[in-house]
Design a protein around this ligand. Structure first.
Ligand code: PXL
Length: 273
């Protein structure tokens, strides 16, 4: 059994964070473990409260699992503070596993899931040891320090992020305009490709980013090559968005059951650079 870990925050509403990650791991058939960085009280309307976990206890959760289980791939989600980021980076620096960074900053309803001072810590400590980072456009703009409007800006921001030492950048295009949702993927060796899919008009998107990075982590844990893992994760999230569950009255969660049920109907076009 392939073992993976998520280091992230808990979403009591079950659509994002640790809960989305574990559901995704389970559907893909890997064994999920967790280190929880913060509890949130939330539903589909928004985040009502945040209760961070002490950095030493985040470390203890990770080390206790690592002592006993060979974790092949790990993702980070909501890390909340610079202290937690530095601690997680220190623990991971001595380990040999795939590391996926989902640079979670702001929840759909607007709540800050990362303190501003933590952005520098992420660039300095976490990116150098990461395999893949999966920013959306606003997150990529924050991390790279440039405004992103055009496709040229997307590439420029990705190149800035690659300089920090991360091996692969997945720029999620969901926040850009257009009838296609295009993600651009750049590798440190200079290669790149695009993934294009139909844009789905829906507000049932709570936890989309968590679900994509969790699926990517699960496929890496199963031994997929990085490129194949990214493409399969895109399929997982595309299906999760296109078969909504309509739970709650606000931004509803994505459907983690959909991949297993509808895997054969999904279309993601891969365009080589
Ligand atoms: O989708 C980002 C995210 C990550 N982690 C937690 C969240 C959210 C969004 O609400 O609540 C715990």
């Amino acid at each position: 059994m392939d073992i993976v870990m998520t280091v992230a925050g808990s979403d009591s509403g079950g659509g994002a964070g640790i809960q989305a990650d574990l559901k995704t791991f389970q559907e893909i058939g890997v064994f999920g473990t967790t280190a929880i960085t913060a509890l949130t009280a939330q539903n589909t309307w928004g985040v009502e409260g945040i209760f961070p976990v002490e950095k030493d206890f985040v470390e203890q959760q990770m080390l206790t699992v690592f002592q006993d289980m060979p974790v092949r791939a790990l993702k980070t989600g909501m890390l909340f503070s610079p202290e937690i980021i530095e601690t997680v980076a220190q623990v991971l620096a001595e380990k040999n596993m795939f590391v996926v960074i989902d640079p979670v900053m702001i929840a759909k309803g607007g709540a800050a899931l990362l303190q501003r001072s933590a952005i520098d810590a992420m660039k300095k400590h976490l990116l150098p040891i990461a395999t893949v980072i999966t920013p959306n456009i606003p997150e990529a703009a924050e991390l790279s320090g440039i405004t992103i409007v055009s496709e040229a800006d997307v590439e420029k921001a990705a190149q800035i992020l690659l300089q920090s030492g991360v091996k692969c950048v997945v720029m999620k295009g969901g926040h850009l305009e257009g009838d296609k949702a295009t993600d651009s993927v750049y590798f440190a060796d200079g290669t790149s490709f695009l993934m294009e899919s139909r844009r789905i008009q829906t507000n049932q998107t709570h936890g989309t980013g968590c679900t994509f990075s969790a699926a990517l982590t699960a496929f890496l844990g199963k031994g997929f090559e990085i490129k194949e893992a990214i493409i399969e994760a895109k399929k997982f999230v595309q299906l999760a968005i296109s078969h909504p569950l309509h739970i709650g009255g606000g931004h509803g969660p994505t459907n983690h059951f959909a991949y297993k049920q509808y895997k054969d109907e999904v279309e993601v076009m891969v365009i080589e650079a």
